[in-house]
Design a protein around this ligand. Structure first.
Ligand SMILES: NC(=O)c1ccc[n+]([C@@H]2O[C@H](COP(=O)([O-])OP(=O)(O)OC[C@H]3O[C@@H](n4cnc5c(N)ncnc54)[C@H](OP(=O)(O)O)[C@@H]3O)[C@@H](O)[C@H]2O)c1
Length: 233
């Protein structure tokens, strides 16, 4: 870890698996905050990853999933949901072992056209499948319910609104809730419990997609209101 003197915060080494909009947006924000980030893709030297690393300075690098996973103290899964297990297998269980894996992926299946369907739902979720496949990783599902620009800048959406976390490791979940506030400025983080709650947040995709159609903008979110107030981290 390094100290970022300007901000008085410790910079971390973070592996972001996935070079799409979500991976690149998260990785760019983490660099801006003074962290060292390696962006991972199926093959080291992919055009997108190289361009991203060149544009983001000395703390930015790129590599294959396994290299990025080895590099990071904390990891993000930003891979296409239907390919996440394959991508994480390529990252390697040993490189995930003992680490927080922040899973933002949704198992969206576009093979039957749009809107996409969920390839996993009801009695299982991608978050759970990842946790089962990699029992020594600390999977925390979060941020998958908002557009990636909102993930790293919730202030794009006016007013109070919520983000959800779930996972089996209480310490990892609390740490992620803290990082969401510190890195991105999330003010309300609702803990939904163990990783099986990923079923619920992944199943928010059908309503998210319809809201996108109805509102015509990407930057929106939900606010949970409850009788007698509510507790959130
Ligand atoms: N975009 C958003 O605003 C947003 C919001 C919420 C959640 N998410 C979720 O975040 C994840 C990433 O979304 P995205 O929009 O950034 O891009 P995406 O197109 O869903 O995913 C791109 C990444 O998936 C990898 N990938 C694709 N097929 C693969 C395969 N067969 N095996 C291994 N890896 C494969 C790509 O690898 P290469 O780098 O090698 O090409 C790339 O790194 C998705 O699960 C999505 O549901 C996205």
């Amino acid at each position: 870890m390094r100290m970022d003197e300007a901000k008085g915060e410790e910079g971390m080494k973070i592996g972001v698996l996935g070079t799409g909009m979500a991976g690149a947006t998260i990785a760019t924000k983490l660099i801006a905050l003074g962290n060292e980030v390696m962006l991972g893709s199926r093959n080291a030297g992919s055009e997108k990853a190289v361009k991203w690393a060149q544009a983001n300075g000395a703390n930015a690098s790129q590599g294959a999933y396994a290299q990025a996973a080895r590099f990071g103290e904390v990891l993000f899964n930003c891979t296409q949901g239907t390919a996440s297990i394959e991508a994480l297998q390529s990252a390697g269980a040993d490189n995930l072992k003992g680490k927080i894996l922040i899973d933002v992926a949704n198992p969206l299946d576009f093979s039957h056209g749009t809107p996409p369907t969920l390839s996993i739902c009801n009695t299982d979720s991608l978050g759970e499948q990842i946790q089962r496949k990699f029992p020594e990783a600390k999977v925390v599902k979060t941020l998958n319910t908002v557009n990636c620009e909102v993930m790293v800048n919730p202030a794009l959406v006016p007013g109070d609104h919520d983000i959800f976390v779930c996972g089996n490791d209480a310490g990892a979940k609390a740490r992620v809730a803290e990082l969401l506030k510190q890195w991105f400025g999330w003010r309300s983080v609702i803990d939904l419990g163990d990783i099986s709650a990923a079923r619920a947040t992944e199943q928010m995709m059908p309503i998210w997609l319809r809201l996108y159609g109805a509102l015509g903008v990407l930057h929106f979110n939900v606010r949970v209101v409850a009788e007698g107030g509510r507790s959130s981290q």
